[in-house]
Ligand binder design. Sequence first.
Ligand code: SF4
Length: 273
Amino acid sequence: MRRLPLSSRTPLPRTDLLGDCHSCVGLCCTVFGFSRSRDFATDKPAGTPCPHLASDFGSTIHDALAPRGYRGCTAFDCFGAGQAATARVPGHLTGAVFPRMKQLHEMLWYLHEVTDRALDPDDIADAADLAATISGFTRLEASELLTLDLGEVHEQVRALLVDVSDALRASYHATGTLDPRLHPGADLAGRPLRGRVLCGVDLRGACLIGTDLRGSDLSAVDLLGADLRDARLDGADLSSALYLTGPQLAAARGDRDTLLPHWVPIPQWGRHW
Ligand code: SF4
């Protein structure tokens, strides 16, 4: 993997991994395409501005995204890549760089959690090293960033996340793991899992669309990449769930009694329904 000079390897703080739409030229509204579906009211090809993108790069329907059929927008987060690309990349390359920048920022988001929660000092050291390298990548010239092979670093981050998850979940003496239906990638869409103690279960990549998790304990449940759209989280304890992101929570449904990790952006539940 490419090594960068020490001076460029200062890790990005977590605050730099939160989207700041006021400092961005609406990159997500132009770069990505979407298809007409329950999340988007129309088709939009990639690379074309959303018809609701205003001249100041805000959204003309910002306060009515869900009622106007754009729920997908309410559950999107670029992990701060939008404002970073806007600030650092020449305008004609911003759109091309943005998806790569988002990949890097997303990896950094997870590495912060590893640094905070890993039990093994070697894992913490590995996370710090990877975070420094990836932060250095975010500071490369656009032309360099566009040709960088991220495969190796992506695989290293993935393996570290799995290792740390295994150790943390094992420390919870998971009771939920006795249920054979609960496993990585499980299809639990619409299932009633209300009031369950799921501590330490590995639900990485699981389909939890509309799953009823009200009042359940999800301590140390690995939710990396799990689809939580419309999952019912009222009163659930996710305060120590693993690898939760703002977009996952924004797509779910919860209430003021839902317990969340303190580092995840608080979703505006109820506002977009
Ligand atoms: S790319 Fe990120 S910062 Fe820019 S408008 Fe979209 S969510 Fe906001």
